[in-house]
Design a protein around this ligand. Structure first.
Ligand SMILES: [Fe+2]
Length: 490
């Protein structure tokens, strides 16, 4: 049955700040575990792997620590014919190898340096997102780094893939998109020099088949993008580096409410002059849910960051920038419409009640119309996800939510895992990790995707805490190159 965990939640002391202590504290061991305690029963038609990326610093930070600094570690829950295996393993980046050789951290924080600084280098930690592509998984980094190819079963780092990237930045954004129908991977890169952005397409065979510069009015700090069947949607956000701080080699961000939020719609293989820009109300967006085409309209559903306001209702730019920098999120489900023929736009809040972020959905339908999203209830003041929630992105209705304990639970980004014989978009399960800092129990929880509100149908208890982290994905057996090599002993 469930067992409590007593572990070191301040392995580097208290001087490096909150993101390396408590529920964020790194774990020391890389494990492979089977035959774990289960409450309820693991569905026999659940096959595939849940992968979650996040920071797990191997060495004490040199100074201040930000959660984007830590070495990437993948935590995996593998389901195979009713059996479950948990694994966790570091992403073996070149910068982690340098640290291991030195026996200490060698890099500066994203808060005290700037990317590509030669005198104060920061690590490309591959710690932010993970997504299934070309039979394996790809781990990516917040500030756009070199993608790392991960075996989704063993979690071994197969290789870094610099051949996927090009141009001035030579990086891949944390949030690339994979079209599971065509097998292509679409991504953007961004950097402080002109033209500030680029857009690329990698073929299912792993060849960079398209890469174009995208000129922006200035340095921008966008985070996500979207795709549809024929287009990609690039973000130009009113968020950028403070120029003076940048010159001094420091990281400070400005939110400018006089600038619009702009989305650039580019045909999937479009040229640099084919981007069609659409203006919307100023805001920031960390994460898109999904996008699709409806006739001449592009529809994009996203978690729109709600700018902080002064008492008179005007936007408080400084507080908004600080909230974005510290990941203190206040986001609402939002729908954008862009007509590529007429240029008309429309935006609307789908649900103003729930502060929801880190969306998952049925990834087989990326770029095609979806109705269901699975999100986390976000704590307003810090990076903590207190529960999970299913939402109808047609109506904005909340369609079931669950938390074991809003005051003490730390959920991970939930992803939809289809049943083997799935008959509809939400026929399957929702998978998430949950750490309870009161009971000190770590679980992987499985929900019926059509009845999230009834709570988990199975709880698998793990003997090691999973530190709070970032993004996750679900990979189906037909997305995993080595799936057929598994046997029942796995
Ligand atoms: Fe993200």
């Amino acid at each position: 049955m469930s067992s409590t965990i007593v572990d070191n939640q301040a392995p580097f002391g208290e001087k490096h700040g909150p993101f390396v202590m408590g529920a964020y504290a790194p774990v020391a061991e890389e494990l492979v575990l089977t035959d774990l305690p289960v409450e309820g029963s693991i569905p026999t038609d659940l096959n595939g792997v849940y992968l979650r990326n996040g920071p797990n610093p191997m060495f004490a930070p040199k100074g201040s620590y930000h959660i984007f600094d830590g070495d990437g570690m993948i935590h995996a829950g593998l389901f195979h014919n009713g059996r479950f295996t948990y694994r966790n393993k570091y992403v073996q980046t070149a910068d982690l190898e340098k640290k291991k050789a030195a026996g200490e951290d060698l890099f500066w924080s994203v808060t005290t340096s700037v990317k590509d600084s030669s005198d104060k280098p920061m690590a490309d930690a591959a710690n932010t997102d993970i997504i299934g592509f070309a039979g394996n998984a790809v781990a990516t980094w917040y500030l756009a780094g070199i993608p790392h190819i991960i075996d989704p079963i063993s979690l071994d780092t197969i290789k870094a893939a610099p051949e996927y990237v090009s141009g001035l930045g030579k990086g891949m954004s944390a949030h690339c998109k994979v079209d599971e129908v065509t097998g292509e991977l679409l991504y953007f890169d961004y950097y402080t020099q002109k033209p500030h952005m680029s857009y690329g397409v990698v073929s299912p065979e792993g060849q960079l088949i398209h890469h174009v510069p995208v000129e922006l009015p200035g340095d921008r700090l966008m985070h996500d993008m979207a795709i549809t069947e024929h287009y990609s949607i690039l973000h130009d956000v009113p968020l950028y580096h403070d120029t003076e701080a940048l010159k001094a080699g420091r990281h400070k961000i400005i939110f400018n409410s006089q600038l619009p939020m702009r989305f650039g719609v580019i045909p999937r293989m479009g040229s640099e002059d084919s981007v069609q820009w659409f203006n919307f109300s100023p805001c920031f967006i960390y994460h898109v849910v999904n996008a699709w085409e409806e006739g001449d309209e592009i529809v994009m559903v996203a978690c729109r960051y709600m700018p902080a306001k002064h008492d008179d209702g005007s936007i408080d730019e400084q507080r908004t920038a600080k909230m974005i920098a510290t990941l203190a999120m206040d986001a609402r489900l939002w729908r954008y419409r862009m007509n590529v023929k007429t240029g008309e736009t429309h935006e609307e809040c789908l649900n103003d009640e729930h502060n929801v972020e880190f969306p998952g959905y049925n990834s087989a339908m990326t770029g095609r119309k979806t109705q269901w999203a699975y999100l986390v209830d976000h704590h307003p003041n810090t990076l903590r996800w207190t529960g999970i929630r299913k939402m109808n992105t047609d109506t904005g209705e909340s369609c079931g939510a669950w938390s074991d304990d809003h005051d003490h639970c730390w959920y991970s980004e939930p992803w939809f895992a289809p049943a083997d014989n799935a008959q509809s978009e939400d026929h399957g399960y929702v998978v998430t990790f949950c750490w309870n800092d009161k009971t000190c129990i770590q679980q992987l929880q499985i929900f019926d995707a059509q009845n999230v509100g009834q709570g988990p149908i199975a709880r698998i208890t793990l003997p090691q805490r999973i530190p709070a982290g970032f993004h996750a994905c679900w990979m189906k057996p037909n997305q995993i190159a080595t799936w057929h090599q598994l046997d029942n002993s796995f």
